[in-house]
Ligand binder design. Structure first.
Ligand SMILES: [Cu+2]
Length: 251
């Protein structure tokens, strides 16, 4: 059985098509199962989860160097040719009129296989390989990727790596406007006290993903001070508007 978050509570995954009533959803809410797979191991926590789309023009490809990251890959369109250094299980696209994909196919390490529209597979952590578009049409895949939070984001700052270096600035003040941190990247000397001021009209926070600091909710006009003694890059975001991100680089 498969539990889902935004959808039916449990989907049969034992080869028998789920009963109609298991797909009862509130009126006006629709659900479409796209991909599914099981993982031998999950990345260590704290982890981050990303959802992104990768496009492959005809003839294009990439080497998949996963490190510790695990990914569920779903082919939106086109056909991809895949070779991985470990065994792989592909869930083939749901048959016409079937609510959930059921048919799987397994491949040995190093064996070349294709994934077409509607197919999905778990690309395990630590298993490298290659993905190419050998067809004549563009191919796109959706990737839901989970892996351990690294370095500064995990709360163990490491030197190097300056996100948004183009926006880097010195000083010790970060202005929060609606909806951005300014400067986005602030570089300070170790021991500096940084002040965030909310100059916008909405509440915001300055929250380090790894828990090194958290301003809490800053109402318009509020400020928050934080002293940085340890060199490193501290990436943070607004917990109310997570697309608002910034970084403090401590040298
Ligand atoms: Cu915000």
């Amino acid at each position: 059985m498969v539990g889902t978050r935004f959808g039916p509570g449990a989907l049969a995954q034992d080869g028998t098509p789920p009963a109609e009533e298991e797909f009862e959803l509130p009126e006006g809410v629709s659900f479409e199962a796209l991909g599914y797979g099981t993982a031998e191991e999950l990345p260590a926590t704290p982890a981050d989860v990303l959802l992104f789309r990768v496009g492959f023009e005809p003839g294009a490809g990439l080497e998949d160097d996963p490190g510790a990251r695990l990914a569920l890959v779903y082919v939106e369109e086109g056909v991809l040719t895949v070779t991985m250094e470990g065994p792989m299980t592909v869930l083939r696209a749901a048959a016409e009129g079937t609510p959930f994909p059921m048919e799987t196919e397994t491949f040995a390490a190093g064996e070349e296989f294709t994934m077409a529209e509607g197919d999905s597979a778990i690309f395990p952590a630590g298993v490298a390989g290659e993905v190419r578009n050998e067809g004549d049409e563009p191919a796109t895949v959706l990737v839901a990727d989970i892996g351990p939070l690294e370095g500064e984001a995990a709360g163990t700052p490491e030197a190097g790596g300056t996100p948004g270096a183009a926006d880097a600035a010195t000083g010790s003040a970060v202005e929060i406007a609606d909806f951005a941190f300014s400067p986005e990247t602030l570089t300070v000397a170790a021991g500096t006290t940084v002040t965030w001021t909310n100059d916008g009209e909405k509440p915001h926070t300055a929250t380090h993903a790894g828990g090194a600091f958290d301003s809490g909710r800053l109402e318009p006009g509020d400020d928050h001070r934080e002293t940085f003694d340890e060199p490193g890059t501290y990436e943070y975001f607004c917990a109310i508007h997570p697309t608002m991100t910034g970084a403090i680089v401590v040298e």
